[in-house]
Design a protein around this ligand. Structure first.
Ligand code: AHG
Ligand code: MN
Ligand code: MN
Length: 329
């Protein structure tokens, strides 16, 4: 029995309704889905090409690049360059904006983290891709681009998760759907329509190794989370996969909160443009919140393509509680 016969709708069917009046955006989202399938296939064959170690180069965040970081980046470029209306790409793996054509009104800009959690590759754990889409409203010069890339200007975003199943989560601001890839038919099918985050925080994702650097509102919240309910705490569980996509996906499905704070030395880890903003955009559609502790991620000005930002996202009650603690601190 094909997945279709079990009642799951293929991606193209869903998108033709979701993007009804915007066939160009539908085409772009379908190309991005194809890109992710191609990245998944490349990952699956990587062990036999001995390319999971470092490439010897660094990206502008100072991270060592792996061949697969660069290969995934090239796969995004190859697919997106097929479309005549994608004007530019912004990637974690490229220092600057990569222009594909002279920009004109109506063109798309696509920002992406081609491989998220790439330290997981060597140990066979989950990795992902993150992307977001902007549309140029008028003819922009390249130097205007940072204002265009504000999180509030995103018109679509998504992420893929390369785990036991290749999954895709897509949204356009007023909806968010989850899809699973069926290798037999080469098609994504919608398995999770209109995703909504559970309201209570049952699980917390945080890199506890950095506890000494946590600002006090985070330290206090985490202490409360890890205090058993019997003793008056939240009695939450902890999970950390070191791949934002995987940690966020689990929280979207099971409830909870993901935290990678700006630390006491004012350092953050995650990148605003191609990690935090797309995920915050998707989370908002699922009824969740995303802040840097104090302010909504989507409201933050973009000053640099690779700027880093603290991230507190997930169930509204927990994110709002932490925000209150920041305001008191
Ligand atoms: P990337 O592989 O794209 O550089 O992203 C890794 C990010 C994010 O996915 C994850 O949550 C975090 O870095 C892991 O940080 P730690 O190394 O501190 O665990
Ligand atoms: Mn990443
Ligand atoms: Mn990456």
């Amino acid at each position: 029995m094909s997945p279709d016969a079990r009642g799951f709708k293929p991606l193209s069917t869903v998108l033709s309704r979701r993007c009804g009046s915007d066939p160009a955006l539908q085409q772009l989202l379908e190309i991005l889905a194809d890109t992710c399938i191609n990245v998944a296939e490349r990952l699956q064959s990587s062990a036999f090409r001995r390319n999971t170690t470092i490439a010897g180069s660094q990206n502008s965040n100072g991270d060592l690049q792996k061949p697969l970081d660069l290969e995934a980046d090239a796969i995004f470029e190859t697919h997106l360059a097929l479309l005549p209306n994608v004007a530019a790409l912004v990637s974690e793996e490229r220092d600057d904006v990569h222009w594909l054509k002279e920009p004109s009104a109506g063109d798309f800009i696509v920002c992406f983290d081609p491989l998220d959690g790439s330290s997981n590759i060597d140990v066979g754990m989950v990795v992902g891709s993150i992307f977001s889409v902007f549309r140029l409203e008028e003819d922009h010069q390249p130097y205007d681009l940072l204002s265009v890339l504000s999180g509030q200007n995103q018109i679509a975003a998504g992420y893929a998760l390369y785990g036991p199943v290749t999954e895709l989560v897509l949204g356009m601001g007023d909806w968010i759907d989850g899809y699973c890839y069926d290798p037999a038919s080469g098609t994504f099918y919608r398995t999770h329509p209109d995703m909504t985050i559970a309201t209570d925080a049952k699980e917390v994702a945080i890199n506890a190794a950095r506890e000494a650097l946590w600002p006090s509102p985070i330290a206090q919240f985490i202490r409360d989370c890890f205090t058993p309910k019997l003793s008056g705490g939240r009695g939450a569980n902890m999970r950390w996969t070191a791949s934002m996509v995987a940690d966020v996906h689990r929280i979207l499905l099971r409830g909870g909160v993901f935290i990678y704070p700006e630390d006491r030395e004012q350092n953050a880890r995650l990148r605003l443009v191609y990690e935090a903003n797309p995920i915050a955009f998707l989370m908002r559609s699922a009824g969740a919140r995303a802040t840097n502790g104090r302010d909504d991620i989507l409201s933050l000005p973009v000053n640099d393509l690779h700027q880093k930002v603290g991230v507190v996202l997930g169930a509204c009650d927990a994110v709002t509680y932490i925000q209150t603690q920041y305001e008191k601190a």
